[in-house]
Design a protein around this ligand. Structure first.
Ligand SMILES: C[S@@+](CC[C@H](N)C(=O)[O-])C[C@H]1O[C@@H](n2cnc3c(N)ncnc32)[C@H](O)[C@@H]1O
Length: 202
């Protein structure tokens, strides 16, 4: 990379940069609490995994900060960042290349609405799939009730931008997961009225 700039930006700003090291304030705040959850669920003993070197795939890596924070804590795991927005691949690459434990692969451009096999991932090749602030970590409603008021407003603002967006209800996600052989095994309360949902393949 010829030039590295540190650019702080929020999620909803225009991100028409290439090749810079991006810093999302939200990712800076939540990376440590999320790491503490991962430490409970990532196996230390590779014998229990399907693969000698377990593969951890991140959906929607954004700036790339999260894996940069997690990877040094799990040197026995290989991390694969992915992101649909090609403008973000430069920042993700920067974090991958500068990771001291060298266990972050170059990012792949992946639209998670498509099949992972379209991107060369073989069936049962991935041991862990992680996502933050697109669906699996973030605010949720339960039994149709959104709390607190700030999340009600966030839901309304998402809906006004795109009727398909919005805070998801955990019950709906459980139903969808069941259709895909996934079970919700834990719901972890996180700072700032967020939750981490932990799913396991049946
Ligand atoms: C709020 S950001 C979260 C980024 C990062 N996970 C974090 O927590 O800092 C949401 C990200 O989802 C990505 N995204 C949106 N739709 C996607 C899709 N269909 N497939 C993959 N990524 C997607 C966006 O490009 C954006 O980088």
């Amino acid at each position: 990379m010829s030039e590295t700039q540190e650019i702080a930006c929020d999620y909803h700003e225009d991100q028409s940069f290439k090749g810079e090291k991006l810093i999302y304030p939200a990712a800076s705040r939540n990376k440590e609490p999320i790491l503490q959850v991962l430490k409970r669920f990532i196996l230390c003993d590779n014998d229990q995994c399907d693969h000698e070197v377990p593969l951890f795939l991140e959906v929607a890596s954004g700036s790339g900060q999260h894996l940069a924070h997690f990877a040094p804590h799990f040197p026995h795991v290989k991390f694969q960042p992915t992101e649909v927005d090609e403008n973000l691949l430069g920042s993700i690459s920067y974090y991958a290349q500068t990771c001291p434990t060298k266990n972050i692969l170059p990012p792949k451009q992946v639209d998670i609405c498509a099949k992972l096999s379209n991107y060369g991932f073989k069936e049962n090749s991935i041991d862990y799939i992680y996502n933050a602030n697109m669906i699996t970590y973030g605010p949720y409603s339960k039994d149709g009730v959104i709390t607190p008021e700030s999340n009600v407003e966030f839901h309304a603002s998402l809906k006004s931008r795109n009727p398909l967006w919005g805070i998801r209800d955990i019950n709906d996600l459980v139903k969808l997961a069941e259709q895909n052989n996934l079970s919700l095994i834990d719901t972890v309360e996180m700072p700032a009225n967020n939750k981490t949902l932990v799913w396991k393949k049946d």
